[in-house]
Design a protein around this ligand. Structure first.
Ligand code: HEC
Length: 159
C-alpha cells in the first residue's frame, strides 16, 4: 500500500469513527437531492434506487475515484493502472458470481443492515439517521442514487 493510500484510509477511518465529518470531507458529498426510499427484504434491495438505470463505465470511474466511492481504499478491484488498493475489505473480483445484485445493492446502500459493526460507509444511508452537526451535510448521502446504481451496474459485471 502506498503512503497516499494509507493516508486516505486513515482519514476515512477518522471520518467514520467520529461520525461528525471534517471540513475537507465535502468533496465526498453528493449534491443534496430528494432521498429515494428503499426496501430491504431477505437482506437484499431488489429494486434499483428511484428506478434508475446504472452505467457500467461511470460506475467503474466512481468506484476508483477517491472523492466519490473510494472503494479502492478498502477493496481490490480488477481495474488496471492502480498502484495501490486497500485490503480492509474483501477483494471484489468475481463478486457477482458470489452475491446477488440485490444483496450487493444493500451492501453499497447501507451495509449496516447486514453487519451493524461494519466500517464500510453506507453510501445511500437515510441522511436523517446520520448524526452530523454541520449544516452542509443535511439531507445528503455519500453518493447520489444514480452514482450508486452506476456502481452496482459495474459490480454485477464482475463474474
Ligand atoms: C472503509 C473501508 C471500505 C470502503 C471505503 C468500502 N468498503 Fe466495501 N467493505 C468493507 C469491509 C470491511 C467489508 C467486509 C464486510 C463487513 O464489514 O461487513 C466490505 C464488504 C463489501 C462487499 C461485500 C463483499 C463480500 O464478499 O461479501 C461489497 C459488495 C462491498 N464492500 C462493496 C463496496 C463498494 C462498491 C465500495 C465503494 C462504493 C466499498 N465497498 C467501499 C470496507 C469498505
Amino acid at each position: 500500500m502506498s503512503v497516499t493510500a494509507i493516508k486516505k484510509t486513515i482519514i476515512l477511518f477518522i471520518v467514520l469513527a467520529s461520525n461528525a465529518g471534517m471540513a475537507d470531507d465535502s468533496a465526498m458529498l453528493s449534491p443534496a437531492e430528494d432521498y429515494c426510499r428503499w426496501q430491504v427484504k431477505d437482506y437484499a434491495i431488489e429494486k434499483p434506487l428511484c428506478g434508475l438505470v446504472g452505467n457500467i463505465d461511470r460506475g467503474k470511474a466512481i468506484a476508483s475515484d477517491g472523492s466519490k466511492g473510494n472503494c479502492l481504499a478498502c477493496h481490490q478491484l480488477p481495474i488496471e493502472g492502480i498502484e495501490a488498493y486497500g485490503t480492509i475489505g474483501p477483494p471484489l473480483e468475481g463478486i457477482a458470481s458470489r452475491l446477488s445484485e440485490g444483496f450487493i445493492r444493500l451492501r453499497v446502500v447501507d451495509t449496516r443492515n447486514i453487519n451493524p459493526m461494519s466500517i464500510m460507509p453506507g453510501f445511500y444511508r437515510d441522511p436523517s439517521l446520520i448524526n452530523r452537526p454541520e449544516k452542509i451535510y443535511k439531507g445528503r448521502t455519500f453518493l447520489t442514487a444514480q452514482q450508486v446504481e452506476d456502481v452496482i451496474a459495474y459490480l454485477v459485471t464482475l463474474k
